[in-house]
Design a binder for this molecule. Structure first.
Ligand code: SAM
Length: 274
């Protein structure tokens, strides 16, 4: 007997709803073989091809794990992690993508496992508790204040962080980044010195791109945030855990003396006319 398609999963109806919710960035695989963006500009089935590289590095059974998906977009990773048993908090600044994610969670029957919040990464400071797994993929280079976000998320990571950012070409790591005299600055120009290129205008036609780090820079910033790198599941992707003996370098005065909260409030306001 032929399977009866429930009205909610009628492919033609799903297609209409997908079109109404577009444009899409994630290619979600929905019932009946329907996909939201089968031919992504990033390379076909995105982020499916990335997930297939990372998936073996994520515990198969996430029952009892709390997961934070930062910049969840249409929810691809939230859905995969929820399928492994996790309870997911998924946040994004873009209401358009959250609408897609909420809709897809309903279609996939995963809405009971995921709480979606319309919020930016810095607002995680207002949420209580820690997460067993912090999924911080594809957001870092979009942040004007990336280290603030990384420091915050590192403190809220109980077991693992999956981190991905846009990187410069090259894999070099400088063998010695220790202290130097004031007049010895050539080392900063070496390819393996930790670096981030600042994007003043836009990159790849996207003015929301601010910083592009090199590989050594990613490793150094993760360590400086108190994380230990466990592995690199794929290019630009770092699997980390809290370092039991983090580097004790005092940077707190940078935030306290400058009264960081007041500074944040001020720069968040539109510029008054001069
Ligand atoms: C390049 S997409 C990455 C989506 C997904 N994490 C992935 O790796 O496929 C960046 C996502 O981060 C969101 N985003 C950008 N800035 C953010 C911020 N400050 N806080 C939270 N989400 C942000 C965007 O709206 C977008 O959905």
């Amino acid at each position: 007997m032929a399977a009866v398609q429930s009205p909610a999963h009628d492919p033609a109806q799903l297609r209409r709803e997908i079109d109404a919710l577009g444009p899409w960035f994630h290619n979600l695989h929905l019932p009946g073989g329907v996909q939201t963006l089968p031919d992504s500009f990033i390379g076909g089935d995105f982020p499916g091809f990335k997930w297939r590289e990372i998936a073996p590095h994520v515990p198969q059974d996430l029952s009892g794990w709390r997961v934070l998906d930062v910049g969840c977009n249409a929810g691809y990773y939230s859905f995969e992690l929820a399928r492994r048993g996790a309870q997911v908090t998924a946040i994004d600044v873009d209401a358009h993508y959250l609408k897609q994610a909420r809709w897809a969670a309903g279609v996939l029957g995963l809405d009971h496992r995921i709480d979606f919040h319309h919020m930016g990464v810095y607002e995680v400071a207002r949420l209580p508790g820690t997460w067993d797994l912090v999924w911080f993929m594809g957001v870092y280079y979009h942040l004007r204040y990336p280290l603030l976000a990384l420091d915050l998320l590192a403190r809220r990571t109980r077991r693992l962080m999956m981190f991905q950012t846009l990187t410069m070409p090259g894999e070099e790591v400088h063998p010695d980044t220790s202290d130097r005299p004031l007049d010895q600055r050539e080392a900063f120009l070496a390819p393996g010195w930790p670096k981030m290129a600042f994007v003043e205008h836009s990159f790849a036609g996207d003015p929301s791109n601010w910083w592009v780090a090199n590989h050594a820079g990613c490793e150094a910033m993760l360590r400086a945030a108190g994380l230990r790198i466990l592995g690199r599941p794929a290019g630009e992707i770092y699997l980390c855990e809290p370092d039991p003996a983090p580097r004790a370098r005092d940077w707190a005065s940078d935030l306290l003396v400058g009264s960081a909260l007041e500074a944040v409030r001020e720069v968040a306001q539109p510029q008054p006319p001069r």
